[in-house]
Design a protein around this ligand. Sequence first.
Ligand SMILES: [Zn+2]
Length: 151
Amino acid sequence: MARFPAWVFGGGPTISTASDHAQSGWPSIFKRDRYQCIYCSRGFSHDLHELLGSTTDHIVPQSLFGNPREANHPNNLAASCAVCNNLKGNYRPPEGDPAWSTRGSLVQKAREHIAAARARKLIVYRRHLADADMKPTPDCHAMESVSSDDN
Ligand SMILES: [Zn+2]
């Protein structure tokens, strides 16, 4: 039995064809994902800074694959901002979790993990700012409302 569900390798309901595998470079991944972070929906098409900070995330972490080529199937790749990719890290749900059943449910589970990690970072960030006698930026308040909306 395969270690990962078939969707990771293009089996079952697919979002791309096997012929896309040869073109799994970031332009085709970003085109499919509409130049938006799959986790937070931040857009990359309007701002070079955002584009340069974008990454191609492995939905199932690359470190879990014996063969790196298998990790690079387009179904397992997604446009991601660097912040979400960093907060996600090597996250994956426990074996047997229903989130493994589809790409969409695994992405949703990762979004929840990222939101929780973001909320924890915000607490630390606010404490460091207070220690430095600095007030949080307006962006920091926006971050907080995003985090609390997700919880
Ligand atoms: Zn993001």
